[in-house]
Ligand binder design. Sequence first.
Ligand code: TXA
Ligand code: MG
Length: 321
Amino acid sequence: MKNIYLNIYKPNSKSLKKAKKSLENNNVIGLPTETVYGLAGNAYSNKSVKKIFYLKKRPAFNPLIIHFENLNDLKNDVVVNDSFIKLYKILCPGPITFILKKNPNSKISKFACAKGGTIAVRFPKHPVARKLLKILKVPLAAPSANISSKLSSTSAPDVVDEFGGKIKFILDGGRCKIGLESTIIDLTGEPTILRQGSITTGRIKKILKKKINFNYKLKKIISPGHLKSHYSPGIPVYMNRKTSNTDEAFITFGKKFKNAKNTFNLSLNGNLNEAANNLYKTMRKIKKKRFNSISICKIPNRGIGNAINERLKKASYKWKK
Ligand code: TXA
Ligand code: MG
């Protein structure tokens, strides 16, 4: 069944088969996951992977996350280790990505890994992504479905907003439950968080019973993808504001802010998970209403609030005073 958008398909056995065929022909599709939508292609195919980079306008030095259905599927491609297995058993499938060493015999496209010796591995929880991975014989390379450095997509129509008719096939898995990208942890050496997400550092620390590093405390940028400016709505964003001008959009959180035409509350009840889920959706709405800038109130730095603030810091980087 097609939606009003010609390229959005409701998931069923027919559309899943069509998605499979499309991927086997090295085409790229829109894929729902529990975090954000992905732009997915056959991870073993240079042709597919090159299409993803081209469509996203992504620099070739920024590697892609490879999505698998389960542990057995990845053993020929990556070298696993104890920390990974411990985290996998408790957290997967789920919103976490592991950086592991690439197996020298791996069939993953060298372009997906930006010609490096590591692979980012993820096991998405969304039932549609899992069903598709199950019927495929290959893993899926899938970065977030947005133009490089812009806002991620949290619904199928968002993917259309980003790419128009350039993506011929998008599986509609509804609105993403989490709405923020997965946590990324590098396990090639001492465990190091490269990107915060809904699985918190505290949770990981409890499982591994080890010190966890943060990449921003290290001197070098581990992943070239961790650029300072990212997740951008394309208009100036200012953080930690108590008030805003009436001609700019004001993103608020909790009960203490008055409702006005230009305010957009992420969670009236002060629920950070709800706020995370509304963040990109709200920013997209603000852009459509043609506001020229966004002020945003202070968001508490606890739980997923850390991940929200990490995104906002990058979204506001260019306009920092
Ligand atoms: O939730 C998610 O992770 C979503 C869904 C679609 O799975 N994907 C996603 O992909 O956010 P992307 O490409 O937008 O962000 C992946 C990040 C990039 O910052 C990239 O630099 C980093 O992962 N990355 C990928 N491979 C890496 C590697 N081998 N070493 C270090 N960082 C890597
Ligand atoms: Mg992204």
